[in-house]
Design a protein around this ligand. Structure first.
Ligand SMILES: NC(=O)c1ccc[n+]([C@@H]2O[C@H](COP(=O)([O-])OP(=O)(O)OC[C@H]3O[C@@H](n4cnc5c(N)ncnc54)[C@H](O)[C@@H]3O)[C@@H](O)[C@H]2O)c1
Length: 434
């Protein structure tokens, strides 16, 4: 099949490359000239494991193309995926749908023949109706169906998530669109693709409900971690103890500095807004969002306490800036709030991240970015593990002790066993442990 994917970000580029790998002919479009030029030169603008090889192989196979021209890509495509950003709208927390609607207008102008227009971007309930209205209004003659097909991939594991999904949710009641969507995903699993067909509004809500539920799980265990610290219990054992119950499950029960990233913060806020607008408030999610927001800055207090109550004039070293390992994505990363709070308290901050430093540079102008963990630790009063990259799991403590002003680890991801670190002469503070 011939596909067009609008938006070459984390979702559009991965989806486009994977669809091409299934054998479809895909044109990925972006309005960002520099991004398209880089892709045409064979450079991948984001850090995502395995994506460079996947893109290169499919470009070589002449199944994957890049363009700035939506019209050219949409004409002749049987399916057009919208994978543009839907950030929080400044001021009110609603999802900003301006990129989606502007893409819809551009798509409308180029439609020819029966076309399925798919919103892969995360959009609030009813956005598909608006996309349909926009296209129908500007092209009353067009033969098209608007389908919702939210994406559930995780950055850092995006390709395997895309190719081996737990489910593919498709929101449409149109039989022609249903056949097209089944055909697109058919190569995924010849026997039984995990396609789940629902109506469009339900599909839109499935995505938000899934993210809100996962954010709730994280926030729940984070609050239990705080309680563990107060009463002398161990949150990792509590998490294991409840996670072994199949009704609860063990995933997303890792206590830490609060969720961040390009999805959970904005999607929980947008869902809260949808609930308020529909006179059906989602109080649990409202609380989750508020608790999580406070938590990120609260982590700086943990660091300050570990440094004896003040960090004024002291150097603090942060390991990990991206919101999670194996990505360079800094959007709403907990590190941003932690750095700001530490700088507000008078600390000098040094940091290292294996992939996120280019993106961090613009957002953290006063932070000294270092080439490796040991350079980062030089002169520090505390070494704070913010993101659990594999590269931080087996640090050379002897070397760290020689470099640091005082041997102290604040482990916001519980990467290390407290007794192991203390045995090496370090002070150790974890999350939800004593
Ligand atoms: N990042 C994730 O892990 C993830 C996972 C699931 C769902 N989502 C959702 O997918 C959507 C995209 O997220 P992302 O992280 O890939 O965003 P992104 O910001 O990385 O990429 C969006 C791209 O769209 C381009 N764009 C915007 N308007 C355009 C237009 N009119 N024409 C052509 N290109 C245009 C931008 O230049 C940008 O390159 C969002 O709704 C997000 O919530 C993201």
């Amino acid at each position: 099949m011939r596909l067009a994917v609008i938006g070459c970000g984390y979702v559009g580029l991965v989806s486009g490359a994977c669809f091409a790998d299934f054998g479809h002919v895909v044109t990925c479009v972006d309005k960002d000239e520099a991004k398209v030029a880089a892709l045409k030169r064979g450079e991948i603008p984001i850090f995502e494991p395995g994506l460079d090889d996947l893109v290169a192989a499919n470009v070589r196979g002449q199944r994957l193309f890049f363009s700035q021209d939506i019209g050219e890509a949409v004409r002749g495509a049987e399916v057009v995926f919208i994978a543009v950003g839907t950030p929080s709208r400044r001021g009110d927390g609603h999802a900003d749908l301006s990129f989606v609607y502007s893409a819809a207008r551009e798509i409308a102008a180029a439609l020819d023949g029966f076309t399925v227009v798919v919103t892969k971007s995360t959009v609030p309930v009813g956005a598909g109706d608006e996309v349909e209205r926009i296209i129908a209004e500007s092209r009353p003659d067009a033969d098209f169906v608007v389908v919702s097909n939210p994406e559930f991939l995780r950055e850092g594991a995006a390709i395997s998530d895309f190719k081996r999904p737990d489910r593919i949710v498709v929101g449409t009641t149109d039989e022609r669109a249903r056949a097209v969507m089944s055909e697109i995903y058919r190569p995924l699993n010849l026997n039984q693709p995990p396609l789940f067909f629902v109506d469009r509004r339900t599909s839109e809500l499935v995505k938000y409900a899934a993210n809100a539920f996962l954010a709730t799980k994280i926030t729940f265990i984070n609050e239990i971690a705080d309680l563990c610290e107060k009463v002398g219990a161990n949150v990792q054992d509590v998490a294991r103890g409840i996670g072994m119950d199949n009704r609860i499950g063990s995933k997303f029960l890792h206590a830490g500095p609060g969720y961040g990233g390009s999805c959970f913060p904005k999607d929980t806020l947008a869902l809260v807004k949808t609930g308020q607008d529909a006179d059906s408030p989602l109080r649990i999610i409202e609380t989750v969002a508020a608790v999580n927001e406070q938590r990120k800055r609260g982590m700086a207090k943990k660091v300050i306490a570990a440094c004896g109550g003040s960090v004024r004039g002291k150097t603090i070293a942060l390991l990990g800036l991206a919101f999670k390992p194996n990505t360079d994505d800094m959007r709403d990363a907990p590190s941003l709030a932690i750095v700001t709070a530490l700088e507000d308290a008078g600390a000098k901050v040094r940091a290292h991240d294996p992939a996120g430093m280019d993106q961090a540079r613009a957002q953290l102008p006063d932070v000294t970015l270092c080439a490796d963990p040991y350079e980062c630790a030089r002169g520090a009063e505390a070494l704070v593990i913010v993101t659990e990259w594999d590269a931080f799991r087996a640090l050379d403590f002897k070397r760290l002790a020689e470099l640091m002003a005082s041997p102290s680890i604040v482990d916001l991801r519980n990467v290390y066993r407290p007794e192991d670190v203390r045995r090496r002469g370090f002070r150790y503070v974890g999350v939800g442990t004593s």
